[in-house]
Design a protein around this ligand. Structure first.
Ligand code: TMP
Length: 214
């Protein structure tokens, strides 16, 4: 039986997921919950190795189908080593991206057939799914502008996807919105083009209504 909760944060580049995950973690800990924060690709040793293959280098370095396989290999490690053990022990797991990112980036963005990604999901993840997915939505150019500022500050080289063209980012934004429309009981779209304090108030209210009051 599952006792913990699994909350995923999704969205394009520069939506402020990292800040919002840290704030929700603080809030839930103050409420007395055990919380871990993690991210994809990554969150386990093998998955972090795969991450470094994916997030740097030439934009056309991987065939999109290979990219899906790498992402689901990383996801399997993450589930087995980190997510499932934590949830079994009763923790709340807050995760920066999960499978919706593969549907959006590789499916909607790179035209990998959605049924192929669904098959991978069934084989790798099974009937497990997030209890709540917060889709942080922002205008693509505003988001990419924020992401570029962040990269300039960090000298980050993890910008392989950010360097993909604007139409790619528009497709994946529409993809996330469509995923949310098709799964309203799991997903909530949050307008991320607000002050971070306002966004965290909205997220807190959403978690209270959907998970804590239930
Ligand atoms: P991050 O910048 O949010 O840490 O994510 C790393 C990059 O990996 C981001 O540009 C989106 C991309 N990505 C995919 O393309 N598909 C996926 O399934 C995941 C989890 C991430």
């Amino acid at each position: 039986p599952r006792s913990g909760k699994f909350i995923t944060f999704e969205g394009g580049e520069g939506t402020g997921k990292t800040t919002q995950i840290a704030r929700l973690a603080d809030y839930l800990r103050a409420e007395g919950h055990d919380v871990i924060t993690t991210r994809e690709p990554g969150g386990a040793a093998g998955a972090d190795s795969i991450r470094s293959l994916l997030v740097s280098g030439a934009t056309d370095k991987w065939d999109p189908l290979s990219e899906c396989l790498l992402l689901f290999a990383a996801r399997r490690e993450h589930l087995n080593k980190t997510i499932w053990p934590a949830i079994t022990q009763g923790a709340w797991v807050l995760c920066d991206r999960f499978a919706d990112s593969t549907f959006a980036y590789q499916g909607y963005g790179h035209n990998v057939p959605i049924p192929f990604i669904e098959q991978l999901y069934d084989a790798v993840v099974g009937d497990f799914a997030p209890d709540l997915t917060l889709m942080l939505d922002i205008d693509v150019e505003v988001g990419l502008g924020r992401a570029n500022t962040r990269n300039a500050d960090n000298a980050s080289r993890e910008d392989r996807f950010e360097r993909m063209d604007l139409s790619f980012h528009e497709r994946l934004r529409q993809g996330f919105l469509e995923i949310a429309r098709n799964a309203p009981e799991r997903c909530a779209v949050i307008d991320a083009d607000h002050d971070p304090d306002i966004v965290s108030d909205i997220i807190r209210a959403m978690v209270n209504t959907r998970l804590l009051a239930a």
